[in-house]
Design a protein around this ligand. Structure first.
Ligand code: ATP
Ligand code: MG
Length: 406
């Protein structure tokens, strides 16, 4: 077979095949150990064509592929191949190895890396004898696998099928993709079990989360907020979420929605003014005259946009509750009023004049509580020589009239 000249000439390449659903550090550590031990020049990660439980979902294949790219991009010796992902119909390892042979030529040594669990299954793969004759295998140790059983399996393949198989002890990492998926679904952390970019990717696309109301997603948002907010702001956020649930219970609003809106209401608060303005540009948040002069006000509208883009919140009422939690506005929905008031009265707030009065009103007449807190806030801002946002002025006028008519 002639080597195609467009491909770089290598003496030793290794294939790391897997579903990578998702890729985790167990895969990376094993691949790097093999590369170093055997002097491999290139490790090619090849995600399989079909994820076991999302068989015909091309989007899912794309997610597995992209996570593999994100995980390997920093290692100059690693690359990712789409060959199996793009193959129509059933995808077999033997076809992939033959393709690589054609690409890299007869003289290139091709190693196929498998964990202890996979090596036992080789005989169930398509054309195992031919496969064993056209590439070498490296069986890496994997926690939970019996060493003697693994050695026995290797010996059988060597003796019966003349397979070229090496055994390599790699650092024992008791991690599997199944475990990662289960942890995400249960709301447990996967930090340091997968590369950070993969963790972020899973969160961004809500992969492996159960359907809404996604308690696991909420745990992840909590963990994310713990990292991006100051400890004091994080505590305040928790207080607002809990207070919002309490108010939702009293006024018959959806408690899950109230919790989520409360949790995310300040998600954009801890950026600098400059960052806020840049992020507003990125997320297409319009800036009016007042916000331009007082960029901190942008955090509410930016928070709404980020809740949608970064945390997958689609409910318009939740997004509006986040957007208007600082300025308020005339004719707010019940959820908007709940978040506005929860932000004002949450239990971690330090004492300020007027707080107790609004707290009491909050549990009996939310519209009066809104009017009172708007009035207090406007007075406070006038004293601080801040410009009053027209939305707040309109809101106060609206609730004054509403309450007078009652
Ligand atoms: P799943 O739980 O979905 O089966 P997995 O963690 O086994 O996922 P795969 O994509 O099936 O991941 O594995 C690809 C290859 O990597 C297999 O050969 C597997 O044995 C090996 N491998 C996976 N995790 C480890 C690990 N922690 N240590 C060593 N090898 C591993
Ligand atoms: Mg597996």
């Amino acid at each position: 077979m002639k080597q195609l000249s467009v491909y770089k000439c290598y003496n030793k390449i290794a294939v790391m095949g897997g579903t990578f659903n998702p890729i985790h550090i167990g895969h990376l550590v094993a691949a790097e150990a093999v590369r170093r031990e055997l002097g491999i020049e290139r490790v090619i990660f090849i995600p399989t064509g079909n994820a076991p439980h999302k068989e015909n979902d091309p989007m899912y294949n794309e997610h597995r592929y992209l996570m593999t790219v994100l995980a390997t991009v920093a290692n100059p010796y690693f690359e990712v191949s789409r060959t199996e992902i793009d193959r129509t119909g059933k995808s077999y390892t033997i076809d992939t190895i033959k393709e690589l042979r054609l690409k890299y030529g007869e003289d290139c040594n091709i190693y196929f890396i498998t964990g202890a669990d996979a090596i036992e299954q080789i005989l169930t793969w398509k054309d195992p004898e031919e496969l064993l004759s056209i590439c070498r295998f490296v069986a890496v140790t994997r926690p939970g696998y019996d060493r003697t059983r693994l050695e026995k399996a290797i010996n059988t393949l060597k003796q019966k099928y003349k397979g070229n198989i090496e055994f390599l002890e790699v650092p024992a990492l008791s991690i599997s993709s199944t475990d990662i998926r289960n942890r995400v679904a249960a709301g447990k952390t996967i930090k340091y079990l997968v590369p950070e970019a993969v963790e972020k990717y899973i969160l961004k696309f809500g992969l492996y989360f159960p359907e809404y109301p996604r308690s696991a997603l909420i745990s992840h948002i909590n963990e994310d907020l713990r990292n991006i907010l100051t400890p004091k702001r994080f505590k305040h956020t928790q207080g607002v979420a809990e207070e919002a649930v309490k108010l939702a219970h009293i006024y018959n609003e959806d408690e899950d929605k109230a919790y989520l809106a409360g949790l995310l209401h300040d998600c954009a608060k801890c950026y600098t003014d400059e960052e806020k303005l840049q992020l507003c540009h990125k997320y297409n948040v319009p800036l009016d005259r007042v916000i331009k002069k007082q960029p901190d006000l942008a955090h509410s509208f930016l928070g709404g946009a980020m809740a949608k883009a970064e945390y997958g919140v689609e409910d318009e009422d939740i997004i509006n509750a986040i957007c208007y939690h600082t300025t308020g506005r005339a004719n707010m929905s019940l959820l908007e009023k709940i978040i506005y008031i929860a932000d004002y009265i949450e239990p971690n707030r330090e004492y300020f004049p007027g707080l107790e009065e609004v707290r009491q009103l909050a549990y009996t007449d939310i519209d009066k509580a809104v009017e009172r807190s708007l009035q207090n806030t406007i007075e406070h801002n006038i004293n601080k020589k801040r410009i009053i946002h027209p939305l707040s002025a309109a809101a106060l006028e609206y609730y004054r009239e509403e309450n007078n008519e009652k």
